[in-house]
Structures are given as structure tokens and as C-alpha cells.
Design a binder for this molecule. Sequence first.
Ligand code: HEM
Length: 485
Amino acid sequence: MAEPDLSAAAVPPIDLADVQGNILRGYTKSMVRHLIAQVTDASAARAWIGATAGPDRSLAPAITDAAHWGENPPDVCFNVGLTFAGLQALGLPDSATRSFPEAFREGMAARASKIGDWGDSAPAHWKPWFQDGDAVHLVLTLHANTASLLDRHEQALMSGMAGKSLSIRGRNEGAKFNGDEVHFGYRDNISQPRFAGISPPGKVDHQPSAPLGTVLLGYPTALEQLTWSLPEPTVLGFNGAFNAFRVLEQNVAAFEEFLSRAAERLLDSHLADELLPVGSEQDRASRPQRLAAMREVVAAKLVGRWRTGTPLALSPRDPLPGETVSDTNYDFVDDAGGLKCPLGAHTRRVNPRGARIVQRMANHTRRLVRRGMPYGPRFDPTAPLSDAGVERGLLGNFICADLSAQFEAVQYDWINLGLQDPRITGSNDPLMGANEQDASWFDVATSKGTIRLRGLPRFIRTRGGAYTFLPSISALRWIGRLGGQ
Ligand code: HEM
């Protein structure tokens, strides 16, 4: 296939059949399995990778691309991400591997100090199959609605050429347990970048639509006059994307305990009536009812959305459950003081929208496509003892065109340093920052004053991950055609 000509003034319209699926539009499957694989035979592995994008299904299952499914969605979606160590293990020429950006070349573990992976979250404590980053070469991802479909597909996959050229080092499996609910009880997957002409029309979004260069290489980005340089040759880089795959363990018991502690404190403060939802103020409800209502207020303040999904920016005093309000059509421009949505709330930190921030250029330029799935059983607050030793969390994919300027900038500058607004600088994201109980703080502002909540522990621990490159379909074929090294 001829290499695309990017020198043309206008980049050609996107060929969705050349882009891997789950980047521009999310799958709606309820289960995921990530196979963490190591290359054992470079030439056979290259041939297999090429075959996943070729016509002969007896050689390898097909990679799911981004073309519309029409009436016939596949039972199983299959995608592949390659790490830098993987590109090297596959024997790609140095001229190609050297042309990838530094963050990707270094890999996730080496960037630990830039992304808050220290203490318990340090790579030395990751799951065994992630600990030797040099041996993590491919992340093969299967999405389906049943475990038996996943099993069958994995078997088919490994019984052919893949079985002879790759070894599976570990598996990370996730499954939805209540629609788009994630552990901690929030509805997730509401706000995503919308790509003009590609994202389903319908929902109104106050934010500018995202240019394709937000996630795909070779297209204009939201940064004026900036297009990320393509890894070489062009056929390898064009239509590819980068992914920060993260295994994030969530400590739900600690989170629920914090909600209770903070709710008690707020309830006893002079601002209680300013914060409680209408109808649960001091004189209208019993203490346990007010406490329960205040716990939800705290949960909402930490994230910037009620656990039902309703954004605080649209409904600061009422969780209003339901589809119509769990939308993303709002801005923070009229909430400069954080009276509706706290300045340090998770969603406001990671996407300040049009709010005044220190790095003006960054307002809409660090957007990430998020494709995640919970893992582990839902927490049962009535049986905390039987929960001992149970692990649960999020298998998160943070997809972007530049890991350093998008994922790492959000994860570090905004989540962990609070550099976007001097009023939160020095505090961490309350939900997922690298908090230390002694030093952490989170401000809840009302028109009658601000209360500083303290003592937030670290609720989320990194258990593994990898920076991967999600090559285009043409790039997979190109890899398949490479000669022996
Ligand atoms: C276990 C870890 C995490 C949990 C439980 C979590 C939870 C949530 C929830 C409940 C929302 C609101 C739903 C929505 O707007 O779609 C959200 C939004 C978001 N999160 Fe997280 N998150 C986690 C980790 C992260 C990380 C590591 C990042 C980035 C590095 C991130 C970036 C975002 C972004 C960009 C949004 C959308 C904000 C917007 O556009 O308004 N999250 N998250």
C-alpha cells in the first residue's frame, strides 16, 4: 500500500477502516480481557501481526477497525497495542524505533516519578507481569459480552501463529457491574472528546469539538499550528495513537470511610445548610438522613458530579438522577470561585473547560479519550469483613496523540500538583491524586465561606500499566512485511 502523502495542504479525509477501533468511538461491550504478551520469535510474531490486518482468517483473527459496524456488530472486538520494548523485540529498524517520542521510548515504569507512581504505587510493587517492563511487548485486548466468548477468542488466537511467537505473561480482566458505574459508585464515561462527523450526533456539548489530532497522529491538533511529528516511516505512524494503559486499584472502604468523616465535619459546621441538598437541611431531617445526604454532597464535591452523573455545574444543590442531567453541556466560566464545582474537583482538574487557568493554551488541548472498565467485585458495605484481600479497581486506557503533553501533563501538573490554578496548587486530586493523609487538603467553597477538608488518604494505587502505541491497520501490515533482522 502506498504511504499517505501528508505534505498535501489538506490532510485527506479519514479512512476509518485504517484506524483501530475503540479510539474514536467506544465499544459498548461489558467485558474486557487484556493479555500482556512477550515476543518469543520476532519474525513469526511480525508475520502474525501482519496477518491480523490481512485477508486470511486461518492465519490470525482480524483486528477490529473503526469503520461503522452497521447492523452486524462483531461478537468479539480485538485490538493490539505495542510497547517500545515490543517494537524493538519485533525487530523494527532503529530508524523507526528512534523516531518515537521520548515518553513512549522510556516507558511507563521509567516515568513513575512524573506520573505519581511512588510508594505503594511504584513499579516494584506492580503485578508480576508488569514488573519487568522490558518483557512487556504487546497488550492484546479482547472485548465481548460473555466470558466464554473471550475464552474462545483467546484460544483461537493462541492456537495459531500467535501461540508460537508470543508468550502470555499475565491477564487483566474487567467487567461492568452496573452499566457505566465504576467503583466508588459514580457513573463514568459521560464526558469524552467529540470528533466532528464521527462521534454520534445528538448530545449537545458546550466544549469545542476535538480535532482528530487530539488522538490520531498526522492530523491538526487543538494546539494552534501544531501537528505532532510522525514516527517514521509515515506508514507506521499515520493514523496511530498512544495509550497509557493503567491498572488502578481502588480502596472503596477507605473512600466510603472518608465520605462519612468529612460529612460529619461539614454537618457540624456553620455551612451545613449551605451545602445540603434542598429538603435535607437541618430542621427538616433526622441526623442519619442529613448525614446520608451530606455524604453524597462530599462525593459530588470531590468529583464535580453527583454519583448519579449530574454535573455540579448544572445542579449544585440537587443530585437529580436521570439521563437528562448527566450530560456534559456546561462550562466553569460562570463559577470562577468554585462555588458550584470546587476548583480542585477531579473533573474540573482534568478538564478545566473554559475556566481561567494558569496555562491558558492548555484549556482544551490536553483532552484524553478514556476507555475503561472496572475490575473486581462491587463493594458491599454491609460485609466489610468478607472483603478483606479482595482487589477491585479500574482498567483504564487514556488515549491521546502525545503522552507527555496530554496524559502526563494531566496526571502530574493537574492531578498531582494543581498547577492550573494557584488556589489549588500544592493539593492533589482528591479522588486519584498521590495524597498523603497528613498533608492533603481539599477546599469546599460556599457563598458564606470555605471549609478545608483534610486527611484524604491515597484512595488509588497503581498496580501496573504500559505505554502502548496503537498502530493503524496499514502499519500492522507494514510490520508484517518487514524482513528478518
Ligand atoms: C480509578 C481511577 C479513576 C476514577 C474512579 C475516575 C472517575 C471519574 C469519574 C466518576 C468521572 C466523571 C464522569 C465523566 O465525566 O465521564 C471522571 C471523568 C474524567 N476523568 Fe477520571 N477517574 C479516574 C482516573 C482518571 C485518570 C488517571 C485520569 C487522567 C489522567 C482521568 C481523567 C478524567 C477525565 C479527562 C474526565 C472527564 C472530565 C470532563 O471532560 O469533564 N481520570 N473520572
